[in-house]
Design a protein around this ligand. Sequence first.
Ligand code: 2AM
Length: 199
Amino acid sequence: MAAVAEERSNNPRARLFVALDLPEELREGIVVWGREELGDPALRPVAPESLHVTLAFLGHRPEEEIEEIAAVVRDAVGPAPWVEVLDPEPRPPRGRARVYALPVLSPGTEALQAGVAQGLVEGGFFEPEKRPYWPHITVARVRPEGRGSRRPAVVSEPPGKLPEGLSEARICRRMTLYRSELKPTGARYVPLAQVQLPG
Ligand code: 2AM
């Protein structure tokens, strides 16, 4: 055990992901909607500053790789995508929901994601998921049924539809490499590198 602990401390790792950030107006719109619609006690709404569209989840990587990964993200810059958000959906779609997410309709985001993923794969930093990429914004996670349980609680009042206007297409002008720090109170996302997207 001591040897393992020592190896860990000599080889610090960071939990990393790349995301498309939301324009302020869209973020605020989701927060206002969520105050009404994410009130079920079984739901833990995502903090306003943590709302994003994940492009690539890298998992734990050695900290010494961060600079190289940031360079790959900067090189993958592409046109700023237009996004349309759709009404919330539970995941998984059947059975007890674990999360609620707003699906994102955006060919531009899919193109950006493909470019970032390819760069990260070529660098050996990322193994793409087998299932197709599903652009979405997670808005709430479901609390466990009981202490230490892995089963999600029942959500009696699932979130309702978005107001008209929130689904209007909006442009997203920033992509960020985040470090996710897991705390007992939830995850905190720390930006490590940001790229402005042209267009
Ligand atoms: P989610 O919002 O759909 O849960 C940080 O955890 C971000 O990376 C979240 O937005 C999360 O997506 C995403 N992510 C993708 N795959 C993940 C995985 N296997 N484990 C944790 N987070 C993942």
